[in-house]
Design a protein around this ligand. Sequence first.
Ligand SMILES: *Cc1c(COP(=O)(O)O)cnc(C)c1O
Length: 376
Amino acid sequence: MIPFNKPPYTGHEDQYVLAAMRSEKISGDGPFSKRCQQWFEQQLGCNRTLLTPSCTHALEMAALLIDIQPGDEVIMPSYTFVSTANAFVLRGATIVFVDIRPDTMNIDERLIEAAITDKTKAIVPVHYAGVACEMDSIMDIATRHQLWVIEDAAQGMMSTYKGRPLGTIGHLGAYSFHETKNYTSGEECGLLLINDERFAQRAEIIREKGTNRSQFFRGMVDKYSWVDVGSSYLPSDLQAAFLWGQLERADDINRNRLNTWAVYRNGLQTLAESGRIELPTIPPECEHNAHMLYLKVRDLHERTRLLDHLKQRKILAVFHYVPLHSSQAGSRFARFHGADCYTTQESERLIRLPMWYGMPSETAHHVIQQVRSYWE
Ligand SMILES: *Cc1c(COP(=O)(O)O)cnc(C)c1O
């Protein structure tokens, strides 16, 4: 069976995890956590970054930081992972979905403004497949209406919009290092990107159980105590050590994925030209990270048949995101503003093909051949 995904692994993680295990500091904020955070801050030119136990936790921290209150509204696409919405629902927000663009599967920036009410507090763009949302328009809307922008860049590490790394454009951003993403900590792990300096100090406090322990460790206060709400949002240094083995080789991993993506894109081009399938659009201002190779077929019926066809040929292709507004919780915690022209329709057409770091190009060619054979 050709799996859908293999977690990224370079072989260099072992030595760092061993070093972390043998060090006397294996809880959060140890040497490897600091090294990772510094790497991100330098690479991204980001004010402050904090490792978290997952992207879900980074989004939850963002909801706390912007002080979401019951009844506040948060605008986002319905075509996303549950955590994008749950982070705000946990604080009592109502989620307001707007439709996506069929070309990138990202929130349609032209529909956001009409969904804003006097309760709206934030916009959460999700950079699907590591391809950027139209951030200039979104930031402009947010500025004019005084809203926060939190980028769900779970899939967006190493991608850019007009040269700017995803996650660094909004006030806050979040990355995921889950094993299904381009970089992993070996377990679940994430990153909160703090671009607006005003959040930096409070973020440290919320992450350290509502105490000023981080300032205490830096010698800024002589004892630490309970100063705010908070929880435990630190991953262990073992996770950071694993992640470090991949950050050191971030460019290699990115190049390798882009190569595989290009093999797929070229190999499937004729099917796209004959109108059988549609392939992803990468807008010219976006540089992507090859997080995903998806294609779209005619409809749900054809998708089911193609997935079956591939499974019979021992290829595990998948689809994802039943739009959140059509889920059980979605009807309780959210509403869809405007018409659902593309969210449901496009999500039902989409198939993700197998892809991982180090995937041999023969494997990609084999998958391409088997996709083609469906129409032959
Ligand atoms: C993976 C993902 C998440 C959740 O990331 P975790 O690290 O698993 O919590 C959130 N949003 C999107 C868009 C994702 O793809």
